[in-house]
Design a protein around this ligand. Structure first.
Ligand code: IPE
Ligand code: IPE
Ligand code: MG
Length: 251
């Protein structure tokens, strides 16, 4: 990863996405197509993740959010859940030092409650060690579900109202947004889903209000820098209007 100092502010003419979020899907189908166990697809998915973290930084992305385990993935067989958790453990143990050396700041969103203590300890260690890094923010959505995240925020607001600390009239989108898991991180500009599926599957539903969605037919283990570049090129061809008028016809 190049060592160039990160700019303090973004160039106003930035055309590339500041924040890319990825639904890393298709590991199982990648493996099935090769007669391999699903676990092998997940293992190769971690290799793809390493490539893509590097590529994202090289392409000027400042925030990369990855969906690595959803709150609904608990419905998979226990052996597969064990494989996925094992890979997360190994990824943090093996890659944390390299990520830190490369200036990557790791953040984790999702529910920590109910996770095994050693997993929580690893997630905390990754966040603590890399807290001061500024090159790329790697946001790991683990045991994450958007509905739960929004419900948790609503619960915190409701508690403040019940305790007499908040006027219900003060509850607006900004107030709720401040109680999401990573309120300081800008909304994703681009959300990529691999494997051809075209849905959000409970990923960043609040934050995706104005994200550009790009669905890529390749399975996650095959995703690489050219695939990321081509998704970013597709993003650059889109016209983001945020409810306003097109730049050409507006004003
Ligand atoms: C993505 O691949 C990894 C996780 C959801 C954890 P899948 O395991 O969903 O692969 P497919 O969709 O079955 O091919
Ligand atoms: C979404 O993929 C979750 C992750 C990539 C971690 P899934 O494979 O779980 O989603 P569905 O079940 O196809 O919607
Ligand atoms: Mg899937």
């Amino acid at each position: 990863m190049p060592n160039a100092a990160a700019p303090a502010t973004e160039a106003p003419d930035r055309t590339g996405p500041l924040h890319v979020a990825i639904i890393m899907d298709g590991n199982g189908r990648w493996a099935a197509a090769r007669g391999l166990p699903r676990a092998e697809g997940h293992r190769r998915g971690v290799d793809a993740l390493r490539r893509v973290v590097r590529a994202a930084h090289e392409l000027g992305v400042r925030y990369l959010t990855i969906f690595s385990f959803s709150s609904e993935n608990w419905s998979r067989p226990a052996t597969e859940i064990g494989d996925l958790f094992g890979l997360l453990r190994r990824f943090i143990r093996n890659d944390l030092a390299t990520l830190h050396r490369d200036g990557v700041r790791v953040r984790v969103i999702g529910e920590r409650e109910g996770l095994e203590p050693d997993i929580c300890a690893l997630l905390n260690e990754a966040e603590e060690l890399t807290r001061g890094n500024t090159k790329l923010n790697l946001v790991v959505a683990f045991n994450y579900g958007s509905r739960q995240e929004i419900a948790n925020a609503a619960q915190r607001l409701a508690r403040e109202v019940a305790e007499g600390k908040r006027d219900p009239a003060s509850i607006d989108a900004d107030a709720l947004g401040r109680y999401l898991d990573a309120p300081d991180i800008p909304d994703p500009d681009l959300i990529i889903r691999t494997s051809g599926e075209q849905r959000l599957s409970n990923f960043l539903m609040w934050q995706a209000a104005y994200s550009e969605l790009v669905f890529v037919p390749i399975h996650w283990p095959d995703f690489d820098k050219p695939a990321l570049e081509s998704a970013i090129a597709e993003y650059a061809r889109r016209e983001r209007r945020f409810g306003g008028l097109a730049a050409k016809t507006g004003s």
